[in-house]
Design a protein around this ligand. Structure first.
Ligand code: HEC
Ligand code: HEC
Length: 262
């Protein structure tokens, strides 16, 4: 547990599963600039409450950290510790962001989520920023997206191999596919128009396929509420403007169930 809690020499359970980490990813700089790999994991697979950095273009990573730093990218929920990135960005040296961005860009993301459509969902409890299985029994999903680690202990141990189940209402994936393909406000707002036919990104537009659905949903809400309002995000504004929460859940389910690599 001492190793698991160390943000300045991060737990690295599978050192042969990724290239050698630069210092910014493995050690950071004490006492404030925690290592990127502490939260985003050494293989960049991240955790649902932060983000999957593996395979994101280095320029995109650098721009996002700059947006966290200058306050144009915040979390729609002001008390949520997703804002930890905002604090961290103020402490980390620009050159460390660059070495980290180049490292994560080269890694290949493996999808760790299974999207399951249900009417009843196992009961869950909230563990800081995450759902975990709670007492026995089920309850109506009631329009929600509920993402849980299959094994909460492995999530807590920062095991990059832990898998997640994303419960969504029945019909979400098909509805998400329709919305993604046709666009909620016409063809110009089709996700494929900018993110590419396979949603694996195009030029400056990031890949979104196969990433944690709860994170995709959170980002759509961040764009929709304006919490995320850096200059590049204006492109997403007309896309999310007509979306209801239930549309966003459907989109997150569909996109999260796509293959994250060609
Ligand atoms: C203390 C935990 C923590 C550390 C350490 C950390 N991050 Fe993050 N990071 C987060 C959280 C939480 C989010 C999600 C923020 C949100 O949803 O808006 C995030 C999001 C991001 C994103 C956005 C990803 C996307 O898909 O848009 C980038 C890029 C990023 N971090 C880069 C870094 C880099 C580079 C480092 C190291 C210099 C780092 N992070 C260190 C917690 C952390
Ligand atoms: C007109 C172009 C355009 C369209 C259409 C578009 N996007 Fe985007 N999207 C972008 C750009 C550009 C960014 C990066 C924004 C930034 O840098 O802040 C982005 C970012 C995102 C992100 C954040 C990814 C991350 O790693 O944080 C998500 C999620 C997303 N888009 C989902 C969608 C969905 C779902 C659709 C379809 C309903 C869609 N986008 C349609 C241009 C577009």
């Amino acid at each position: 547990m001492r190793q698991v809690g160390n943000g300045f020499d991060i737990p690295d359970w599978f050192p042969n599963a990724h290239p050698p980490m630069p210092s910014s990813v493995q050690y950071g700089v004490a006492p404030n600039a925690r290592a990127c790999g502490y939260c985003h994991l050494p293989d960049g697979s991240g955790r649902p409450e932060n983000g999957t950095l593996a395979g994101l273009p280095a320029d995109y990573i650098i721009r996002q950290v700059a947006a966290f730093k200058n306050g144009t990218r915040l979390s729609a929920n002001p008390v949520l510790s997703t804002n930890s990135m905002h604090t961290l960005a103020k402490w980390v040296a620009d050159s460390d962001v660059v070495t980290a961005a180049r490292y994560f860009e080269r890694l290949t993301l493996t999808r760790r989520n299974r999207v399951v459509e249900v009417t009843q969902v196992p009961k869950t409890r909230i563990e800081v920023m995450l759902y975990a299985y709670g007492e026995a029994g089920t309850e109506p999903i009631a329009g929600r997206l509920i993402e849980v680690p299959e094994t909460f202990a492995r999530h807590e141990l920062r095991d990059p191999g832990v898998r997640y189940i994303t419960y969504v209402p029945i019909g979400s994936i098909a509805r998400g596919r329709r919305l993604a393909t046709r666009g909620a406000a016409g063809p110009a707002t089709s996700c494929m128009a900018c993110h590419g036919a396979d949603l694996l990104g195009k030029d400056a537009v990031p890949p979104i396929a196969g990433r944690a659905p709860s994170n995709i949903l959170r980002q759509l809400i961040n764009f929709r509420t304006g919490a995320r309002h850096d200059s590049a995000s204006v492109t997403m504004a007309p896309v999310v403007e007509p979306l209801t929460v239930s549309d966003m859940v459907a989109l997150a389910a569909y996109i999260g169930s796509r293959a994250p690599k060609r």
